[in-house]
Design a protein around this ligand. Structure first.
Ligand SMILES: [Fe+2]
Length: 163
């Protein structure tokens, strides 16, 4: 680790900068985790899980899918413009799987099936966020794209602080 002229270290200066969408991802993840755990716990405890399932599906089809759809429109197009076609193809497969899992949660005929689909979706959503922040945003940044400017004025991408 070498000292630089401003007193910081090379290691410190090499730390990754948080993606501009990180705060909103954290909000979505927190809310999704809370709702998924409530559904799983109700099913495990033999309680009425239907209201929790409906609330989870409404949250997913509202805030979460709205975020993903805007992301596709804004970030994926920019990534294709930067030549990252294979990356976007992979992200679109994730998106398709997430939408299918929402349908599975909605249409499951047993609480156990709904809970298992909710858990699978939660895991996939976390991986999807990690790919966006760890691969997509750095790819765009390396191509000279200012992601903060791209998502400016889009509360569905930036979260409650930007409403
Ligand atoms: Fe995102």
């Amino acid at each position: 680790m070498n000292q630089t002229t401003n007193g910081s270290t090379d290691t410190q200066s090499a730390l990754p900068v948080a993606a501009p969408t990180h705060a909103h991802h954290a909000e979505l993840w927190s809310e999704l985790s809370r709702r998924e755990a409530a559904l799983v716990n109700a099913v495990a405890g033999g309680e009425d899980y239907e209201p929790l399932r409906r609330e989870l599906v409404a949250f997913l089809r509202g805030e979460v899918l709205h975020h993903l759809q805007t992301e596709e429109m804004v970030l994926y197009n920019a990534a294709r413009g930067a030549g990252a076609h294979a990356l976007v193809d992979a992200l679109e497969l994730d998106h398709y799987s997430l939408v299918r899992l929402v349908d599975h949660i909605d249409q499951a005929t047993t609480g156990l099936d709904a809970a298992l689909s909710a858990r699978a979706l939660t895991v996939l959503f976390v991986l999807r966020i990690e790919k966006e922040e760890g691969v997509l945003v750095p790819t765009l940044t390396a191509a000279g794209v200012d992601v903060s400017t791209l998502i400016a004025g889009r509360p569905e991408m930036q979260g409650s602080d930007q409403h």
